[in-house]
Ligand binder design. Sequence first.
Ligand code: PRP
Length: 187
Amino acid sequence: MLKSMREVVSRVLFSRQQIQDRVSELGTAVTADYRGKDLVLVSVLMGAVYFVTDLSQAVNLPLTLDFMAISGYGGSGGVVRILKDLDHDISNRHVLVVEDIVDTGLTLAYLLRSLSARNPQSISVCTLLDRPKLRIVEIPIRYVGFEVPEEFLVGYGLDYQGKFRNLPLIGILREDILRQDLSSTKG
Ligand code: PRP
Protein backbone atom coordinates (compact mmCIF):
# COMPACT_ATOMS: atom_id res chain seq x y z
CA MET A 1 0.00 0.00 0.00
CA LEU A 2 1.35 3.44 -0.93
CA LYS A 3 1.66 5.96 1.91
CA SER A 4 1.69 8.84 -0.54
CA MET A 5 1.00 9.17 -4.24
CA ARG A 6 4.41 10.83 -4.58
CA GLU A 7 5.97 7.39 -4.07
CA VAL A 8 4.86 6.18 -7.50
CA VAL A 9 7.49 8.27 -9.25
CA SER A 10 11.23 7.65 -9.13
CA ARG A 11 11.92 11.24 -10.12
CA VAL A 12 9.87 14.43 -10.22
CA LEU A 13 10.33 16.19 -13.55
CA PHE A 14 8.04 19.13 -12.83
CA SER A 15 6.53 20.14 -9.51
CA ARG A 16 3.02 21.56 -9.28
CA GLN A 17 4.58 25.02 -8.94
CA GLN A 18 6.76 24.60 -12.04
CA ILE A 19 3.75 23.40 -14.02
CA GLN A 20 1.64 26.33 -12.81
CA ASP A 21 4.36 28.83 -13.70
CA ARG A 22 4.71 27.44 -17.24
CA VAL A 23 0.94 27.21 -17.75
CA SER A 24 0.68 30.81 -16.67
CA GLU A 25 3.30 31.83 -19.29
CA LEU A 26 1.46 29.88 -21.98
CA GLY A 27 -1.80 31.54 -20.94
CA THR A 28 -0.21 34.96 -21.29
CA ALA A 29 1.06 34.11 -24.79
CA VAL A 30 -2.34 32.76 -25.89
CA THR A 31 -4.08 35.83 -24.47
CA ALA A 32 -1.84 38.14 -26.48
CA ASP A 33 -2.19 36.12 -29.69
CA TYR A 34 -5.97 35.70 -29.62
CA ARG A 35 -7.17 39.03 -28.25
CA GLY A 36 -10.21 40.18 -30.21
CA LYS A 37 -10.66 36.73 -31.80
CA ASP A 38 -13.40 34.16 -31.28
CA LEU A 39 -11.32 31.46 -29.57
CA VAL A 40 -12.38 27.84 -29.04
CA LEU A 41 -10.15 25.59 -26.94
CA VAL A 42 -10.58 22.02 -28.16
CA SER A 43 -9.23 19.42 -25.82
CA VAL A 44 -8.91 15.66 -26.17
CA LEU A 45 -10.14 13.46 -23.35
CA MET A 46 -8.87 12.53 -21.13
CA GLY A 47 -5.23 13.21 -20.40
CA ALA A 48 -5.47 16.89 -21.31
CA VAL A 49 -8.27 17.67 -18.84
CA TYR A 50 -5.97 18.93 -16.07
CA PHE A 51 -3.93 21.06 -18.47
CA VAL A 52 -6.87 22.60 -20.31
CA THR A 53 -8.60 23.42 -17.04
CA ASP A 54 -5.58 25.37 -15.80
CA LEU A 55 -4.68 26.85 -19.19
CA SER A 56 -8.19 28.11 -19.85
CA GLN A 57 -8.11 30.02 -16.57
CA ALA A 58 -4.72 31.49 -17.43
CA VAL A 59 -6.15 32.90 -20.68
CA ASN A 60 -7.72 36.26 -19.96
CA LEU A 61 -10.25 36.14 -22.81
CA PRO A 62 -13.91 35.06 -23.14
CA LEU A 63 -13.18 31.73 -24.84
CA THR A 64 -15.28 28.61 -25.51
CA LEU A 65 -14.20 25.25 -24.11
CA ASP A 66 -15.01 22.02 -25.93
CA PHE A 67 -13.99 18.37 -25.74
CA MET A 68 -13.54 15.42 -28.05
CA ALA A 69 -13.01 11.78 -27.19
CA ILE A 70 -11.32 9.51 -29.70
CA SER A 71 -10.29 5.89 -29.77
CA GLY A 72 -6.52 5.32 -29.90
CA TYR A 73 -4.89 4.52 -33.22
CA GLY A 74 -2.88 1.74 -31.54
CA GLY A 75 -3.24 -1.57 -33.30
CA SER A 76 -5.68 -0.18 -35.82
CA GLY A 77 -3.21 0.92 -38.48
CA GLY A 78 -3.68 4.63 -37.94
CA VAL A 79 -7.46 4.47 -37.82
CA VAL A 80 -8.98 6.74 -35.21
CA ARG A 81 -12.63 6.89 -34.31
CA ILE A 82 -14.48 9.83 -32.77
CA LEU A 83 -16.24 8.60 -29.63
CA LYS A 84 -17.48 12.03 -28.57
CA ASP A 85 -17.61 14.94 -30.98
CA LEU A 86 -17.52 18.67 -30.28
CA ASP A 87 -20.64 20.34 -28.89
CA HIS A 88 -19.89 23.59 -30.73
CA ASP A 89 -19.66 24.65 -34.35
CA ILE A 90 -16.09 25.81 -35.10
CA SER A 91 -16.60 27.23 -38.59
CA ASN A 92 -15.04 30.69 -38.94
CA ARG A 93 -13.72 30.52 -35.39
CA HIS A 94 -10.15 30.30 -34.11
CA VAL A 95 -9.42 26.81 -32.79
CA LEU A 96 -6.62 26.00 -30.40
CA VAL A 97 -6.22 22.25 -29.87
CA VAL A 98 -4.92 21.55 -26.36
CA GLU A 99 -3.04 18.31 -25.69
CA ASP A 100 -1.18 16.98 -22.68
CA ILE A 101 1.53 15.22 -24.71
CA VAL A 102 2.54 14.74 -28.33
CA ASP A 103 4.60 11.65 -29.20
CA THR A 104 4.17 10.16 -32.68
CA GLY A 105 1.85 12.98 -33.70
CA LEU A 106 -0.63 10.49 -35.16
CA THR A 107 -3.47 11.49 -32.84
CA LEU A 108 -3.04 15.16 -33.66
CA ALA A 109 -2.59 14.55 -37.38
CA TYR A 110 -5.96 12.83 -37.44
CA LEU A 111 -7.57 15.48 -35.27
CA LEU A 112 -6.23 18.37 -37.32
CA ARG A 113 -7.53 16.78 -40.51
CA SER A 114 -10.95 16.25 -38.99
CA LEU A 115 -11.16 19.77 -37.53
CA SER A 116 -9.79 21.52 -40.63
CA ALA A 117 -12.61 20.01 -42.69
CA ARG A 118 -15.06 22.07 -40.59
CA ASN A 119 -13.67 25.36 -41.92
CA PRO A 120 -12.29 27.06 -38.82
CA GLN A 121 -10.73 30.47 -39.44
CA SER A 122 -7.48 29.18 -37.94
CA ILE A 123 -6.26 26.08 -36.18
CA SER A 124 -3.20 25.78 -33.92
CA VAL A 125 -1.88 23.38 -31.31
CA CYS A 126 -0.79 23.85 -27.72
CA THR A 127 0.75 20.92 -25.87
CA LEU A 128 2.08 20.86 -22.36
CA LEU A 129 4.63 18.13 -23.11
CA ASP A 130 6.46 17.27 -26.30
CA ARG A 131 8.68 14.36 -27.31
CA PRO A 132 9.79 15.36 -30.82
CA LYS A 133 12.15 12.37 -31.12
CA LEU A 134 9.13 10.02 -31.19
CA ARG A 135 7.45 11.87 -34.05
CA ILE A 136 6.22 9.83 -37.02
CA VAL A 137 4.22 12.59 -38.70
CA GLU A 138 5.31 16.21 -38.60
CA ILE A 139 2.69 18.55 -37.22
CA PRO A 140 2.96 22.26 -36.50
CA ILE A 141 2.89 22.98 -32.77
CA ARG A 142 2.51 26.63 -31.85
CA TYR A 143 2.91 26.39 -28.06
CA VAL A 144 4.97 23.83 -26.11
CA GLY A 145 5.21 23.75 -22.33
CA PHE A 146 8.18 21.42 -21.91
CA GLU A 147 10.21 18.96 -23.96
CA VAL A 148 10.45 15.71 -22.02
CA PRO A 149 12.55 12.51 -22.14
CA GLU A 150 11.29 9.18 -23.47
CA GLU A 151 10.44 7.77 -20.06
CA PHE A 152 7.08 6.59 -18.79
CA LEU A 153 5.55 9.74 -17.30
CA VAL A 154 2.59 10.02 -14.96
CA GLY A 155 0.70 12.79 -13.22
CA TYR A 156 -1.16 15.97 -14.14
CA GLY A 157 -3.39 13.95 -16.48
CA LEU A 158 -0.90 11.30 -17.62
CA ASP A 159 -1.83 7.80 -16.55
CA TYR A 160 -0.57 4.26 -16.22
CA GLN A 161 -3.43 1.80 -16.77
CA GLY A 162 -5.92 4.53 -15.93
CA LYS A 163 -4.29 5.49 -12.64
CA PHE A 164 -2.11 8.34 -11.32
CA ARG A 165 -3.69 11.09 -13.45
CA ASN A 166 -4.49 12.98 -10.24
CA LEU A 167 -0.87 13.14 -9.06
CA PRO A 168 -0.30 16.92 -8.81
CA LEU A 169 3.14 16.80 -10.46
CA ILE A 170 4.76 15.15 -13.47
CA GLY A 171 7.26 12.40 -12.79
CA ILE A 172 8.87 9.22 -14.08
CA LEU A 173 6.91 6.13 -13.05
CA ARG A 174 8.85 3.72 -10.83
CA GLU A 175 10.17 0.69 -12.73
CA ASP A 176 8.60 -1.85 -10.37
CA ILE A 177 5.14 -0.26 -10.76
CA LEU A 178 5.57 -0.19 -14.54
CA ARG A 179 5.96 -3.97 -14.44
CA GLN A 180 2.74 -4.46 -12.45
CA ASP A 181 -0.76 -5.02 -13.68
CA LEU A 182 -2.77 -2.43 -11.76
CA SER A 183 -6.16 -3.32 -13.15
CA SER A 184 -7.14 -5.27 -10.03
CA THR A 185 -5.23 -3.31 -7.37
CA LYS A 186 -6.72 -0.64 -5.16
CA GLY A 187 -3.45 1.27 -4.54
C1 PRP B 1 -2.16 10.54 -25.26
C2 PRP B 1 -2.22 12.05 -25.42
C3 PRP B 1 -2.44 12.24 -26.88
C4 PRP B 1 -1.75 11.03 -27.50
C5 PRP B 1 -0.44 11.46 -28.04
O1 PRP B 1 -3.46 10.06 -25.14
O2 PRP B 1 -3.24 12.64 -24.66
O3 PRP B 1 -3.80 12.28 -27.22
O4 PRP B 1 -1.56 10.07 -26.46
O5 PRP B 1 0.23 10.39 -28.64
P1 PRP B 1 0.66 10.41 -30.17
O6 PRP B 1 1.33 11.71 -30.45
O7 PRP B 1 1.62 9.25 -30.24
O8 PRP B 1 -0.55 10.21 -31.02
P2 PRP B 1 -3.79 8.56 -24.67
O9 PRP B 1 -4.00 7.71 -25.89
O10 PRP B 1 -2.73 8.10 -23.71
O11 PRP B 1 -5.20 8.69 -23.97
P3 PRP B 1 -5.57 9.53 -22.64
O12 PRP B 1 -5.43 10.98 -22.99
O13 PRP B 1 -6.99 9.17 -22.35
O14 PRP B 1 -4.62 9.11 -21.55
